[in-house]
Design a binder for this molecule. Structure first.
Ligand code: NOJ
Ligand code: CA
Length: 746
């Protein structure tokens, strides 16, 4: 660790000079002004106390301000013990009866230390084989002048952005405390263009709005009429992270958080071009209950000179702790199908009966009249197992296998599922044996209907049942309002629950894919058995009214910034009306759906449509069979949020399985995917990522000239040609279209 003692006056020349190393460059009435540069010196932050002893930071890119002076700190409620109650001497007070305690000014600097870190680490699965974690760090240690309470702010400056977090050290007057609000500001230097979804404490399942920051309150009302079974909007200025922005000069700036643990999820409140933190409240309206020593999640501001560079950023993963699991040999990527889309689209049901009420301990399912639509029945499941096995998949998800679905949604029922008892027509013994005999693992489904206490009540037995039958992955879900009522999907209590489910699963060697959970913040680095999350508007909404084509071009900049998404691509039959009377239309061409297997990174990839819908298009389905799901190398060839993505990836040999192994094992292969928005576009790109001197067979799955996501979504052409690293490819993407290419060295 180095301590810098040089105090230099603030002149332009010296400021430029001090970007080469951390330094103090000036003095304010509150403290020295400290400058923390990125390793490549393109970014730097200034940090200081102002005349009121209030901590402030600023962020610059090549001397252009990205964040103007921005406040840091908290409004707290004193020293609070015993679940928010404090004995005042004569009476017990609730937190809101305690005097406000502003913890954002009146500080003095105790110490400042600098550090430098540079390591390369290997993720268990990911978009590349190894990741460089390289930053300069500054610890700004503060003491409140009035009462000696301590708060440190740790800043890490990477070449791709700034992360900082609050740390409350041990052995100080602050012990237990309640947060009224975190007062972190992101005071954007300009009225940036933003891709945003409405701030909501319970749902992220929105389409994106694109507007200037200052226009958010005006645009907001038109963006909130998107159905979800649990939503809590808080302000017309509310937006969620990861928030992707673009400055008028073309810098890409993204605000998010990393390592969200034991703390509420951070939303934002936009006022003009200023954004400030707005934490998710608990059932009493408080925004975090902490006990020292403790730290907050990292607040992150990624800065990139291009959209491609933003997608290359691994800052969120780097700000998370290294893998906490000793043995990761049981964690593996999964390509799967599901007895799923037919229920989502309405062609089948999760429920076994039409009973209006079922009490699990007394309802006699064996004697009940089946509704005749139950999808998770033995014959149907076997049909999917046969198809998945014949096409080299790893696994099959089955939803609606367990009793209780008659009352799962919107009942606010506590004891709704037991996660153990199959419906009478689902033979768990025989189906697992049949699946395993064909090389397929079944994926467990735990819809909790947000009755979280009930899930925790059954979790150990439910995971043990999975171990008994050899299930090694679970899809969990949190549809509806959280119970206990008043808690929110993204509050501290639920944040702790989601991680509890992941760490308990790890003890059972179970991989987790949680839907409706809080959006990821890179925790998959620490807990790589968290192989997927939904936590955004996924493909299911194509059956719930449809989703605009540009959605998939934005998600990699926003939702995927924190970790992979179980987006569930691969819908080949867009006309749901004809199939099952559903009025929605799937707004994508088949070629677009193929492109998603490359553009939407996830170690868990689904082929979401039904065997019947794939049957007429098995030549296009071949791409889904061939494509890998875990990668040694990724090249972003073209990108712009809201417009298009073109991405190339090279598989990781050691994690290939099934039909992907048959295509790539021991071979030099690449896969390229592209997607566009509602505009037709041409993707032109060089193949210079291929090994020079080798010839590859390229199989190009493209939109046909007359393809169109609304009028002709199933029109595609497949062409084959030999190419080398000196060639280029040009592909036409239809409206709502895309393309996919497999490349294999001859
Ligand atoms: C919502 C999930 O996103 C979806 O995939 C699942 O099928 C339903 N909940 C039922 O659990
Ligand atoms: Ca969902």
């Amino acid at each position: 660790m180095k301590r810098f003692i040089v105090l230099i006056s603030l002149t332009c020349a010296l400021l430029a000079g001090c970007k080469t190393q951390p330094a103090q460059v000036a003095h304010t009435p509150g403290s020295d002004v400290l400058v923390l540069p990125s390793p490549n010196e393109m970014l730097y932050a200034k940090v200081y106390l102002d005349q009121d002893g209030a901590p402030v930071y600023e962020l610059f890119h090549a001397d252009t301000p990205v964040m103007l002076p921005s406040a840091l700190g908290f409004e707290l409620r004193g020293t609070v013990k015993y679940q928010g109650l404090e004995y005042s001497g004569s009476e017990i007070l609730k937190p809101d009866e305690l005097p406000p305690y502003m913890f954002n000014s009146g500080f003095e600097v105790v110490d400042v230390t600098f550090d430098h870190f540079d390591e390369t680490w290997e993720p268990v699965w990911g978009e590349e084989k190894s990741i460089r974690n390289h930053y300069n760090e500054m610890l700004f240690e503060l003491r409140h002048k009035d009462d000696g309470k301590l708060m440190n702010i740790r800043f890490r400056m990477f070449d791709d952005g700034l992360g900082f977090r609050y740390e409350f050290p041990d052995g100080q007057p602050l012990v237990h405390f309640v947060i009224k609000e975190e007062l972190t500001e992101f005071n954007c230097a300009q009225d940036n263009l933003a891709w945003w979804i409405p701030g909501d404490f319970d749902s992220q399942e929105y389409e994106y709005a694109t507007s200037k920051l200052s226009e958010i309150p005006e645009v907001f009302p038109s963006r909130t009429n998107q159905y979800n079974s649990s939503t809590t909007l808080y302000s017309t200025g509310g937006v969620q992270t990861s928030l992707q922005m673009k400055t008028p000069e073309g810098l890409y700036v993204n605000i998010h958080e990393a390592a969200l643990v034991d703390y509420p999820c951070m939303h934002l409140l936009a006022e003009g071009k200023n954004l400030r933190s707005f934490l998710t409240p608990d059932a009493e309206g408080w925004k975090g209950r902490l006990e020292t020593p403790c730290v907050t999640p990292w607040r992150t501001i990624q800065v990139a000179e291009s959209a491609v560079k933003q997608l290359e950023s691994r800052m969120i993963l780097n700000l998370n702790e290294p893998c906490a699991l000793d043995d990761v040999s049981w964690i593996h990527p999964v390509k799967y199908m599901g007895v799923w889309w037919e229920m989502i689209a309405g062609a089948g049901s999760w429920d076994y009966t039409n009973a209006a009420s079922v009490k699990l301990d007394s309802f006699d399912y064996a004697a009940a009249k089946p509704n005749g639509r139950h999808s998770a029945n033995n014959a149907n499941v076997r049909k999917y197992i046969d198809f998945a096995a014949a096409n080299g998949f790893d696994a099959l998800l089955i939803e609606g296998w367990n009793i209780g679905w008659e009352e799962w949604a919107n009942c606010n029922k506590d004891y709704v599922f037991d996660f153990l008892t199959p419906y009478p027509d689902f033979d768990i013994d025989a189906l697992n044996a049949y699946a395993h005999s064909k090389g397929i693992k079944l994926v467990m489904h735990h819809e909790t209907s947000s009755s979280v206490r009930n899930y925790e009540r059954h979790m150990e037995a439910a995971y043990s049942l999975m171990n008994k039958y050899g299930y090694d992955a679970v899809k969990s879900g949190y549809v509806g309002d959280i119970q206990p009522l008043g808690e929110r999907h993204y509050g501290q209590w639920m944040v702790n629950h989601y991680l509890y489910a992941v760490t308990e699963a790890a003890k059972h060697h179970i991989m987790v894919n949680a839907h409706e959970a809080v959006r990821p913040t890179g925790l998959c680095r620490t807990y790589p058995n968290l192989i997927g999350n939904e936590s955004a508007r996924g493909t299911e909404y194509q059956a719930f009214g449809g989703t605009v084509p540009e959605h998939v071009t934005i998600l990699p900049f926003t939702r995927l910034n924190g970790g992979p998404m179980d987006f569930t691509p691969g819908i080949f039959e867009q006309n749901l009306k004809e199939w099952c009377g559903n009025d929605s239309h799937v707004n994508a061409t088949i070629a677009n759906q193929l492109g998603l297997y490359v553009t939407m990174y996830s170690p868990l990839q689904m082929a979401a449509d039904t065997p019947e819908h794939y049957a007429p298009f098995m030549d296009a389905f071949q791409f889904i069979k061939d494509v890998a799901v875990d990668w040694d190398e990724t090249r972003y060839l073209a990108a712009e949020p809201g417009d298009l993505l073109v991405i190339a990836r090279r598989p990781k040999q050691s994690s290939l399985s099934g039909s992907a192994k048959a295509f790539s094992a021991g071979r030099d292969t690449w896969f390229v995917g592209g997607v566009t928005d509602e505009e037709a576009r041409t993707a032109d790109f060089a193949l210079d990522f291929l090994t020079p001197g080798k010839t590859y067979e390229a199989v190009i799955y493209a939109d046909a000239p007359d393809a169109d996501y609304e009028k002709n979504p199933q029109a595609y052409v497949i062409t084959r040609r030999n190419v080398t690293a000196t060639d280029s490819i040009s592909v036409e993407m239809a409206r709502g279209g895309g393309f996919a290419i497999s490349l294999r060295a001859l």
